[in-house]
Design a protein around this ligand. Structure first.
Ligand code: SF4
Length: 97
């Protein structure tokens, strides 16, 4: 159903017949880490996230997985992959007879 408060007219999965069913009854404003993200929109309570109603929670365990402004740079060395195991896995090992 469509939101009738923070982003009136926007389709939202949290809006039901009894209003917003998200905890605290509303979206929450963006977190400091969100600054620069393309998903920020302006609602009646200020800047909010168009992808998730509680932006601060998206940063609790690390980088927000919806963030458009943060890129994760992973090199092979950082992944700590055992080259021998990776080779076996790629070749479809575990051929038992
Ligand atoms: S997608 Fe993540 S980083 Fe971007 S505004 Fe939403 S919560 Fe913040």
């Amino acid at each position: 159903m469509k939101c009738q408060t923070v982003l009136a007219g926007t389709e939202c999965t949290f809006w039901g017949k009894q209003g917003c069913v998200f905890p605290e009854g509303s979206c929450q404003t963006i977190a400091e880490n969100c600054e620069g993200c393309d998903r920020i929109v302006t609602g009646t309570i200020g800047q909010i996230c168009s992808a998730y109603p509680a932006p601060a929670k998206k940063w609790i365990g690390g980088i927000c997985n919806f963030a458009s402004h943060v890129k994760v740079d992973l090199s092979i060395a950082e992944l700590k992959i055992n080259p021998l195991k990776a080779s076996k896995k790629a070749s479809g090992a575990k051929k038992k007879k």
